[in-house]
Design a protein around this ligand. Structure first.
Ligand SMILES: *[C@@H]1O[C@H](CO)[C@@H](O)[C@H](O)[C@H]1NC(C)=O
Ligand SMILES: *[C@@H]1O[C@H](CO)[C@@H](O)[C@H](O)[C@H]1NC(C)=O
Ligand SMILES: *[C@@H]1O[C@H](CO)[C@@H](O)[C@H](O)[C@H]1NC(C)=O
Length: 352
C-alpha cells in the first residue's frame, strides 16, 4: 500500500534530517531545518499546495498526520472486513490510500474516518509532548466545580488543537470547486465532530484509604475502535444529498437532502453521499471497485460474509487443509509436559 511506503519514506528522511540537525552548530540550524523540511515535503507524492506548505512549516507534524491517516485506514479495513467493499479501491492513489472516484457512501466513510484518525493522532501526540506547538489543554487547569468538589488535574487532551490541525491539513486537499468538494468537507467535519463528542471525563480520588476528599478529573481520548463503530452506524444511515447553486454563481454552494421537500440540510454528524454505490462485485476501474474474486467467504453464513452474497452468485472454490496442533497436554511429576498431536480437517472458501 502506498501509504506505508509514504510513512517509511518520511521516517527515513526525517531520521536523516534529525541526524543532520544534531550535527550542525546553532547558527546554521534554522537554514538546515528549512532545507530538511523542503526535502521531506517535496518527496511526498500527491500533496495539495497548501498541504505542502503546512508540511514545510511543521515537518514534525507530518509524521503524526501520516500515522493518523493509517489509523483511519486500518479501522476502515477492520469495519469492512466482511463486506464486498473492503476499504480498498482501484485507481487514483494518494498519500491517504486509494481514493474512490464515485461519491458514494463508502467514499464518505473513508473521508470521515481518516479526518478523525488525523485529529485523534495529533491530539494524542500533543498529550504525550511529541509535538512542539501543543500540549495538554491549558483551559482545563485549576478549580472547575467547587460544589462537586473536584478540580482539573493531570493532562487533559487538547482535542480542539487536534481537530483544528486535521481541518487545516485534510480539508486543504479539496481544491476543485465542485459538489464532491462539499461532500468531502462535510464528511471530514462529521468524523471530527463525532470524535469531539466522544471525549471522556476521567477522575481519580485522593484521600486516606480510598476516601474521596479531593478528586481530580481530566479529559481523555476515546479508543479509536469506538469512533470506528460509531462511524459504521453513520455509514448505514448515510443520507443522499445534492448540490445547490446559489443564484448567479456557477459553483455549488451547499448541500441539501435529495429526497426532501424544501431546503433541508444534513445534520453535522450525518455522513453524506452524492451517488449510489456500485455493487462491488466485479473489478471496475471506472468506479474503483476491486471486485470480490479471491475473497475469503463463509460457507454457512447468510449475511454479507457468506459465499452467496460475497461472491455475487459466481460460486466459490473450496480449499481443504489439515490443521495440526498440540493438545491434551499433561504435566508429569517431575518435570515434563507430554502432549498429543491433534488434527482437524478444515476448509476455506474463496470467491470465483
Ligand atoms: C510519542 O513519541 C514516542 C517516542 O518517540 C513514541 O513512542 C510514541 O508512540 C509517540 N506518541 C504518539 C501519540 O505519537
Ligand atoms: C480487499 O479485496 C481485494 C480484492 O479481492 C484484495 O485484493 C485486497 O487485498 C483486500 N484488502 C484487504 C485489506 O483485505
Ligand atoms: C461462518 O458463519 C457462521 C454463522 O454466521 C459462524 O458461526 C461461523 O463462525 C463462521 N465461520 C467462520 C470461519 O468465520
Amino acid at each position: 500500500m502506498l501509504l506505508s511506503v509514504f510513512l517509511r519514506t518520511i521516517h527515513l528522511i526525517y531520521f536523516k534530517f534529525c541526524w543532520y540537525t544534531a550535527r550542525v552548530s546553532k547558527g546554521a540550524l534554522s537554514s538546515v531545518v528549512a532545507l530538511g523540511a523542503n526535502i521531506i515535503c517535496n518527496k511526498i507524492p500527491g500533496l495539495a499546495p497548501r498541504q505542502r506548505a503546512l508540511c514545510q512549516s511543521r515537518p514534525d507534524a507530518i509524521i503524526v498526520i501520516g500515522e493518523g491517516a493509517q489509523l483511519g485506514i486500518n479501522e476502515c479495513q477492520y469495519q469492512f472486513r466482511y463486506g464486498r467493499w473492503n476499504c480498498s479501491a482501484l485507481g487514483e492513489r494518494t498519500v491517504f490510500g486509494q481514493e474512490l472516484r464515485v461519491g458514494s457512501r463508502e467514499a464518505a466513510f473513508t473521508y470521515a474516518i481518516t479526518a478523525a484518525g488525523v485529529a485523534h493522532a495529533v491530539t494524542a501526540a500533543c498529550s504525550q509532548g511529541n509535538l512542539s506547538q501543543c500540549g495538554c489543554d491549558q483551559d482545563k487547569q485549576g478549580y472547575h466545580d467547587q460544589e462537586e468538589g473536584w478540580k482539573w488535574g493531570g493532562c487533559s487532551a487538547d482535542v480542539k488543537y487536534g481537530v483544528e490541525f486535521s481541518r487545516r491539513f485534510m480539508d486543504a486537499r479539496e481544491i476543485k470547486k465542485n459538489a464532491r468538494r462539499l461532500m468531502n468537507l462535510h464528511n471530514n467535519e462529521a468524523g471530527r465532530k463525532i470524535l469531539e463528542e466522544r471525549m471522556k471525563l476521567e477522575c481519580k480520588c485522593h484521600g486516606v484509604s480510598g476516601s474521596c476528599t479531593t478528586k481530580t478529573c481530566w479529559i481523555t481520548l476515546p479508543n479509536f475502535r469506538e469512533i470506528g463503530n460509531l462511524l459504521k452506524e453513520r455509514y448505514s444511515d448515510a443520507v443522499q444529498v445534492e448540490p445547490v447553486r446559489a443564484t448567479r454563481l456557477r459553483q455549488p454552494s451547499f448541500l441539501r437532502l435529495k429526497q426532501a421537500r424544501g431546503y433541508q440540510k444534513p445534520t453535522d454528524t450525518d455522513l453524506v453521499y452524492l451517488e449510489r454505490s456500485p455493487n462491488y462485485c466485479e473489478e471496475d476501474r471506472a468506479t474503483g471497485s476491486t471486485g470480490t474474486r479471491g475473497r475469503l467467504c463463509n460457507g454457512t453464513s447468510s449475511l454479507a460474509d457468506g459465499c452467496n452474497v460475497m461472491c455475487c452468485g459466481r460460486g466459490h472454490n473450496t480449499h481443504h487443509y489439515t490443521r495440526v496442533w498440540q493438545c491434551n497436554c499433561k504435566f508429569h511429576w517431575c518435570c515434563f509436559v507430554k502432549c498429543n498431536t491433534c488434527s482437524e480437517k478444515s476448509e476455506v472458501f474463496t470467491c470465483k
